[in-house]
Write a protein that binds this ligand. Sequence first.
Ligand SMILES: Nc1nc2c(c(=O)[nH]1)N[C@H]1C(S)=C(S)[C@@H](COP(=O)(O)O)O[C@H]1N2
Ligand SMILES: [Mo]
Length: 161
Amino acid sequence: MTGTHDPLRPHAHEPNPEPPSVDAAFVFTNPAGAETIVTVADLARLPQIRLPNCYIVSTGHGTSGPFTFGGVTLLELVQSRLRPGESWSQVEVISADGFGNRVLAAELHQSPPSERPILLAITRNGRPLTRRQGLVRLIVPSETDDALRQVKWVGQIVVKR
Ligand SMILES: Nc1nc2c(c(=O)[nH]1)N[C@H]1C(S)=C(S)[C@@H](COP(=O)(O)O)O[C@H]1N2
Ligand SMILES: [Mo]
């Protein structure tokens, strides 16, 4: 990895099997740049949804699943941490091991709302997701190609104007 590596433009690579740290709490940065901490308990207090029939597809090491992931939608978390009406255009979801994904507001604000929305997963098959399994993990159901959007170990969520 070079010094110019952009975590939001990861190259297909061997997925990292090892969690970068023990604690699953992460940093939330609002459009004004203010940071707050999000814990798994915080996520568990927001409305939960379940997404059955999710697959993690990798050209390198095959497909795993189907899994039922449970948790809170990315939109729900963003809205819970912003002032009503505060405008934003995109969200960067970056893992603690420098792997990231950009999600556009338009992807989250689908009309009618997506039946398979982008999720911050805290459970898998009805059990707490373990740190090794990726807690907290971004699940993007529309991505079924190379798993580059299925970010394990979310370390920072940055909402941009
Ligand atoms: N934080 C983080 N998330 C990641 C990766 C990674 O290296 N680090 N690799 C991605 C890739 S390329 C794949 S194929 C899947 C692998 O997920 P799995 O370990 O659940 O099979 O995780 C994705 N999410
Ligand atoms: Mo992958």
